[in-house]
Write a protein that binds this ligand. Structure first.
Ligand SMILES: Cc1cc2nc3c(=O)[nH]c(=O)nc-3n(C[C@H](O)[C@H](O)[C@H](O)COP(=O)(O)OP(=O)(O)OC[C@H]3O[C@@H](n4cnc5c(N)ncnc54)[C@H](O)[C@@H]3O)c2cc1C
Length: 473
């Protein structure tokens, strides 16, 4: 890593307002990611206030061959905002592009600058009698630009899709500093390549997203969650099927929670365990609608129990009970509940085709028993869309060293299992630096070559977010 020259810093200061360029101690709060890893030892952080400022910053960096690392809320989990190690770079934060430009209920869209948080978009949509569907735990810090760049998903994907399904158009600054305004609000448009999709999930490697037209959906004032103690992993597929049959179109979340995580969250917090059926797994399911969902829930639970998949269940009857269920879910990651040695653990964002979830979880647990018996292995998350976060980590002091000896072998085995099941190592967090050297076998060499060709066409000098996402050729 190296800093840009004072000539570049002076040029940036001259082009932007007084608050825009941060160096030294002023920059340090931008250089730590949610896994408490420093994204750089030191860096120049540039925070333009508008699209013109982003364009000016990129043009200066392009002229001086200074790499640009885009940053939103810095809540990403794949080391996507880490500075490159082999060339001068700046961090370009979009945090000050924080305006909601317009809300258009008749078009079912909201247009927001890249630094607006997901929570602010949700609140604005709610105030307009509409809903912005994407939602996840980091909603208060994740930004529109960062969520687009990682194609973030979250709890509602099973019904509404990920960011890719909720973005209608974008504005982006390209590698020569030009501004592409692709903020269309067309539901249908078959007029050639849909270029926004290169930037969605592009992890900031092709340009800086500066604003976006986002899709709104009908509000769902009636939202109720239930926690069902299920007989085992093999109950998941039939229960998802039953949920779709008994509550068609109403399932907005279908999550797996293991007993071990629920117990741990309850142990370390004020949360309560609403049922204790002695089962290893629970399904947390949310129904959302414009009308009450009580009958749909009752019908689903009856069918699930009669089919022998549900042992016991509780339905949230108050906002506090609802919040308690989602607190259990949001705190299931080891960063919240098995904190002590979590930094040594494998924390996976894997997805497999939905009909292979059960095979996947079983094979990872079997592999953990064989390779890493000293570690705790558990999985939780978005089982309704095939994305399960598997965690393997030591929880006792004496397990740390033996675990570190087998960690790489465990990681390699998981990669083999994922690829063998036609899955992905990155379902919603992005590849970043974290997975760049592991994802290679997931796609054919031809597919990586096509990606490199796209990168070379749009960013021939490798200005944007170098070293990220695409494995070396
Ligand atoms: C507690 C917690 C829970 C989470 N749960 C989920 C979940 O359930 N589902 C899920 O999908 N994700 C989840 N995430 C991670 C999620 O990936 C991020 O919240 C979000 O997608 C990134 O937004 P950000 O603004 O923080 O981006 P950053 O972290 O700042 O950046 C992420 C990537 O996007 C690039 N980038 C940022 N802004 C721009 C821009 N304007 N233009 C171009 N590139 C840009 C960066 O260079 C980097 O590569 C969670 C994170 C945390 C901390």
């Amino acid at each position: 890593m190296s800093l840009p020259s004072s000539e570049v810093i002076d040029a940036l200061r001259a082009a932007l307002d007084a608050r825009a360029v941060l160096v030294g101690d002023d920059a340090t709060s931008f250089l730590i990611d949610p896994r408490n890893k420093p994204t750089a030892d030191e860096a120049v952080v540039v925070r333009p206030a508008d699209t013109a400022g982003v364009a000016a910053t990129v043009a200066i960096c392009a002229e001086h061959r200074v790499a640009v690392v885009p940053q939103g809320g810095n809540s990403g989990l794949s080391y996507g905002t880490h500075s490159p190690t082999d060339r001068p770079s700046i961090v370009l934060s979009v945090a000050r592009l924080d305006q909601i430009i317009s809300i258009d209920p008749d078009r079912w869209t909201i247009t927001a600058e890249a630094g607006v948080t997901i929570e602010a978009v949700q609140q604005a949509a709610h105030a307009a009698g509409r809903k912005f569907a994407p939602d996840w735990g980091a909603r208060g810090s994740a930004t529109v630009g960062g969520a687009i760049a990682t194609d973030a998903g979250g709890n509602n994907v099973v019904r509404y899709g990920n960011m890719r399904d909720n973005v209608m158009g974008i504005e982006a600054v390209l590698a020569d500093g030009s501004v592409w305004d692709g903020r269309r609000a067309l539901v249908k448009d078959s007029s050639g390549y849909d270029l926004k999709h290169l930037f969605i999930g592009g992890e900031g490697t092709l340009g800086i997203v500066t604003s976006a037209v986002l899709k709104l959906v009908p509000a769902t004032p009636h939202e109720t969650s239930l926690l069902a103690a299920i007989t085992g992993l093999d109950a998941l597929r039939p229960l998802l099927e039953l949920a779709h049959v008994h509550a068609p179109g109403l399932i907005s979340a279908f999550e797996l929670l293991p007993d071990v995580a629920i117990d741990r969250v309850v142990e370390i917090s004020d949360a309560t365990k609403p049922i204790d059926a002695g089962t290893e797994y629970y399904a947390l399911i949310k129904l959302a609608s414009s009308k009450p969902v009580d009958d749909d829930i009752a019908s689903f639970l009856k069918a699930g129990a009669e089919a022998g998949h549900i042992v016991d269940a509780v339905v949230a009857g108050t906002p506090d009970q609802e919040a308690n269920l989602w607190f259990l879910r949001d705190h299931a990651p080891p960063t919240s509940c098995f904190v002590e040695h979590q930094e040594h653990g494998l924390k996976l964002d894997t997805a497999v085709p939905v009909d292979r979830i059960e095979d996947f979880v079983r094979s990872v647990l079997d592999a953990a028993t064989e390779i890493a018996p000293m570690a705790l292995a558990y999985g939780f998350g978005h089982v309704g869309d095939g994305n399960l976060h598997m965690m393997i980590l030591p929880t006792a002091d004496e397990a740390v060293e033996p675990w570190l000896e087998v960690r790489d072998a465990m990681s390699d085995r998981i990669d083999e299992l994922v690829f063998g099941l036609d899955g992905t190592l990155s379902a919603e967090h992005g590849v970043g630096l974290l997975l760049r050297d592991r994802v290679g076998p997931q796609k054919s060499e031809l597919e990586w070559q096509m990606m490199r060709a796209v990168k070379a066409a749009l960013d021939p000098s490798d200005l944007f977010n170098p070293e990220k996402m695409i494995p070396a050729g």
